[in-house]
Design a protein around this ligand. Structure first.
Ligand code: ZN
Length: 158
């Protein structure tokens, strides 16, 4: 079957910048699993995957899929608000609880009681290439449809 709304897709990927430098891949954590058409995947990438079948390979060049880099994105956060076990290093990426849910931020400066973070997504403002191997496409189960996300390896764990 081909990728369309309400199906569950499993894929391997390599994420590269325009110079071909590898930024991220599924080789460590294992394949990614998502349910198509439910906001669980980067919209620009989801559009490229629509209509593909298991076994398909695609190299999707995306223009700023994480949006532009906002210059006024520096924020000072009390250290205790970071869900980190130890003091973060500048340049590291941490997850903070924002008004719209958890988000990734980059540590810029670490003080005694607070950290300065850049709230832009680490890949904001970048053009990216996703090399994707589609591994599996299947119908979502009734339970997955009710939850609005994929279950199983690479998907949502409860
Ligand atoms: Zn669920």
């Amino acid at each position: 079957m081909e990728i369309k709304k309400d199906c569950v897709v499993q894929f391997d990927y390599q994420l590269k910048d325009v110079a071909g430098k590898l930024l991220e891949s599924s080789s460590g954590a294992g394949p990614t699993t998502y349910m198509h058409g439910h906001g669980g995947m980067l919209p620009a990438l989801e559009k490229e995957l629509a209509g593909l079948c298991a076994g398909a390979k695609v190299s999707a060049k995306l223009t700023q899929p994480y949006g532009p880099n906002h210059p006024d994105s520096m924020q000072r956060i009390p250290l205790k608000h970071l869900r980190a076990k130890k003091k973060p290093e500048p340049g590291s990426i941490v997850v903070v609880q924002g008004e719209q849910g958890p988000r990734q931020v980059t540590i810029v400066k670490v003080g005694k009681y607070s950290v300065d973070v850049d709230t832009n997504h680490p890949f904001a403002g970048m053009d990216l290439t996703f090399d994707v191997d589609v591994l599996d496409v299947r119908e979502a189960t009734a339970e997955e449809l009710a939850h609005g996300h994929a279950h199983g390896p690479g998907g949502h764990e409860h």
